[in-house]
Design a protein around this ligand. Structure first.
Ligand SMILES: C[S@@+](CC[C@H](N)C(=O)[O-])C[C@H]1O[C@@H](n2cnc3c(N)ncnc32)[C@H](O)[C@@H]1O
Length: 204
């Protein structure tokens, strides 16, 4: 990773450490129904990238096992407090999604919700998602993206520095394009909320 990206990563990690305390109260971007819909499709050995405060943990169906990674110790500490809600065994690990330490082809399912808006180098993170997912595995992403509406897209571009500065999240990422750029084979894209929150299903 070059120096600039290392610095960006450190800045965003610190922002999430700062917001961890009130994240659950503040975050209303993704509905519980959308989380359930995405997470209920995760099977087998599952990796959740950017597990955050563990908002998805209670939705994993029985029978699997989950490894949740995040680069923010503050967010992971909050997730630790939700482990008792999970119906599956969960292991939490502090790790950068841009450089995972798992071998290739480790997981049956890789999940991320509302993460690639924040990862400093999203395409690098998605290349890692593809690498650690088994060849016949599933990639499940629930992400907010830049609006295709010209005016709304422009407003998102203008407001992006504010969001990035306050909480560490970009509101104008073109995540479907980033997923494609990472070489993930997109099988399904579904608009969940106003063409801004999308469920993206893919294969490595
Ligand atoms: C907007 S929060 C979403 C948290 C959770 N997935 C959810 O749906 O509530 C983004 C999360 O991604 C994590 N994150 C961002 N960049 C990361 C990276 N490079 N490696 C690991 N975690 C990262 C942040 O620490 C934060 O917990």
């Amino acid at each position: 990773m070059n120096r600039d990206m290392l610095l960006q990563t450190e800045i965003i990690r610190n922002r999430y450490n700062r917001t961890a305390i009130f994240y659950d109260w503040m975050d209303k971007m993704i509905s519980d129904a959308a989380r359930k819909k995405a997470i209920s499709q995760a099977t087998g050995k599952v990796l959740e990238v950017g597990v955050g405060t563990g908002k998805n943990l209670s939705y994993y169906p029985q029978g699997g096992e989950v490894t949740g990674i995040d680069f923010s110790p503050g967010m992971l500490a909050k997730a630790q407090g939700k482990l008792h809600l999970a119906k599956v065994p969960v292991t939490l690990v502090e790790m950068d999604a841009q450089h995972m330490t798992f071998p290739d082809d480790t997981f049956d399912t890789v999940v991320a919700t509302c993460v690639f808006c924040s990862v400093p180098d999203p395409v690098q993170g998605l290349i890692e998602v593809r690498r650690v997912c088994k060849p016949n595995g599933k990639i499940i992403l629930l992400e907010h993206v830049r609006s295709e509406n010209r005016l709304l897209g422009w407003i998102m571009d203008v407001l992006n520095p504010v969001s990035l500065h306050l909480v560490g999240s970009n509101i104008n990422r073109r995540t479907v394009e980033n997923v494609r750029a990472a070489g993930i084979d997109i099988r399904h894209v579904e608009d969940i909320t106003s063409k801004i929150v999308k469920l993206i299903l893919g294969k490595p």
